[in-house]
Design a protein around this ligand. Structure first.
Ligand SMILES: Cc1cc2nc3c(=O)[nH]c(=O)nc-3n(C[C@H](O)[C@H](O)[C@H](O)COP(=O)(O)OP(=O)(O)OC[C@H]3O[C@@H](n4cnc5c(N)ncnc54)[C@H](O)[C@@H]3O)c2cc1C
Length: 499
């Protein structure tokens, strides 16, 4: 149990990880301290500084975002220098979302400036996986470092075979893909930590912590899951996907050769009491070749999130139960990000993209496929709105509105509500129910489960998939699905009412 008001060191990032970082558990649940200076890294400190990224515990209903009025948001101090000549769009950040949208806009001849505290070419700390057909459909299969055809999950004593390739991005290749597009189209990169924003009729002025002011007709906040400026309504506890993993060598192969394991929910290494009363977790694992494997104990979503210490201990016990010990650790991954934040307020004068705009798939945690698919759509809408005839004056609000409409149109908003509705149920399922649920889910025809996970189904198909799942699932799952608790009714209302 957590003692409120106390801080606990959860773990340290392995040597070689950005900034030699540490994770702290704070009074209101998990606190992940990001260091913008080192991408999405995590900042070390003897006394944890004030939080940038906190996932409230279930008893804590503080909003995740600032409550400063949207017309003027400040995240730091510094005396302002006279603003630059305006560009069309200022993108804040240098993560996957920022690069994706900056590249897509610049390719449409929109004048883009991007603002990030560090070198945009600095290697990202996270590794990104994706289903093979998602990258193939975009013609980007060459950006994968690894690709597996033997993809399985375990929801019982026999493996379920997915019959779909899964890939791991070569993250340098993905980053270079977007950076090259930015370079060719003339994106202007600036260094600085965005600290405050002021909107007026014609656009917005962003001032950095060092006091430099940048002017743009539209600002896109792509500063990650805890955005610097973007406002998201308080919608109750936000669940975190938490995982502890390592790349290394083992006394024996932890999974079959050339295999990718999406979800190994086998729990024979746990005591009966643990299975019944503690949060279910699963193994996500891949054979990286040359005797190296990535193994990660993962909690799909929970508020507050499952602590890293629990995940690490679960991983060790799972491996030990199979007679496997770790002989060499190359890299440790501490993964935590919000799964079900509310959608941002579309009345805002700035846009978001990526984690900031709640684009993580609430049922799976995937984001990168959505960035690749949706950046060109958003960029096209912004380019069209910028090209509207008439004086630029007074068009700032119209530009943002056009962007929100393209980023979160009604069908996507409705699907987001439905995914969140489903996740609420999964979060209260006990381990056996979850295994039965996923066995039924992956037994559906492949276009349904794949389209559900990639978020490529239309609203009617998504509803059809859910109805089909309900009909084919065993009774314990149906019973769980029928019960309406907490905010499920509100989410269902949002789905029916247009998101
Ligand atoms: C460990 C981990 C593994 C993941 N694995 C996957 C996966 O396999 N597949 C998948 O699809 N998704 C995955 N995700 C989820 C999601 O894709 C990532 O969280 C992704 O990094 C989010 O991208 P982003 O660009 O929105 O934010 P971030 O990657 O967090 O980037 C934010 C950027 O904004 C900058 N920034 C922050 N504050 C400021 C400021 N004030 N001024 C200027 N710049 C600022 C930061 O320096 C950074 O460059 C994973 C997440 C984690 C944490």
């Amino acid at each position: 149990m957590l003692r409120r008001g106390s801080w606990r060191l959860l773990g340290s990032i392995a040597p070689g990880a950005p900034c030699g970082s540490r994770l702290w558990l704070g009074p209101s649940g998990i606190l992940l301290l990001q260091s913008p200076e080192c991408g999405s890294g995590i900042r070390a400190g003897a006394n944890p500084p004030s939080p940038r990224f906190s996932l409230p515990s279930s008893s804590d209903s503080r909003p995740l975002t600032s409550t400063v009025p949207p017309s003027s948001v400040s995240a730091g101090s510094g005396s302002a220098i006279a603003p630059s000549a305006p560009v069309d769009v200022l993108v804040i950040g240098a993560g996957p979302a920022a690069l994706a949208i900056a590249a897509a806009l610049a390719e449409r001849r929109v004048a883009v400036m991007a603002l990030a505290p560090g070198d945009p070419a600095a290697v990202w700390p996270n590794t990104y996986g994706i289903w093979g057909p998602e990258v193939d459909a975009l013609g980007l299969g060459h950006l994968l470092a690894h690709r597996w055809s033997d993809c399985v999950s375990w929801f019982g004593s026999e493996p379920s075979r997915h019959g779909h390739d899964y890939g791991l991005f070569d993250k340098v290749a993905l980053q270079t893909h977007w950076l090259d597009a930015c370079r060719h189209a003339g994106v202007n990169w600036q260094r600085g930590l965005a600290a405050s924003i002021v909107h007026d009729d014609d656009g917005s002025t962003v001032t950095t912590a060092a006091g430099t002011a940048w002017r743009a007709r539209l600002v896109i906040d792509a500063s990650g899951h805890q955005p610097v400026f973007l406002q998201r309504p308080d919608d109750g506890p936000v669940a975190g996907q938490a995982a502890y993993g390592l790349v290394g060598r083992f006394s024996a192969p932890p999974i079959a050769a050339d295999q990718f394991v999406l979800m190994d929910y086998r729990s024979d290494h746990l005591r009966e009491r643990e299975r019944r009363s503690e949060p279910p977790t699963f193994l996500y694992a891949m054979d990286l070749g040359g005797g190296r494997f990535f193994v990660e104990e993962t909690s799909l979503a929970l508020a507050p999130p499952v602590p890293f210490a629990t995940l690490r201990s679960r991983l060790e016990r799972r491996l030990a139960h199979r007679g496997v010990t770790v002989s060499e650790v190359e890299h440790e991954e501490f993964c935590l990000f919000p799964m079900n934040p509310a959608l941002p307020d579309p009345g805002q004068r700035l846009l978001g993209f990526g984690g900031s705009a709640s684009m993580v798939h609430p049922a799976s945690g995937y984001l990168v496929g959505a960035l690749l698919r949706r950046a060109p759509v958003l960029a096209a809408a912004i380019a069209a709105a910028l090209a509207e005839p008439g004086p630029a004056g007074g068009r700032g609000a119209a530009l943002a509105a056009a962007g929100w409409q393209a980023l979160w149109p009604v069908p996507l908003r409705r699907k987001h509500a439905l995914y969140r509705f489903g996740l609420e149920k999964l979060m209260r399922f006990e381990e056996a129910q979850l295994r039965h649920f996923f066995a039924s889910f992956f037994a559906m025809p492949e276009p349904l489960w794949y389209g559900f996970l990639a978020n490529t189904l239309g609203v009617p198909e998504l509803m059809g998939a859910m109805v089909r799942l309900f009909k084919t699932a065993p009774n314990d799952v149906r019973w769980g699905l029928m019960q309406l608790r907490g905010r499920e009714l509100a989410l269902l209302g949002r789905f029916l009412g247009g998101g």
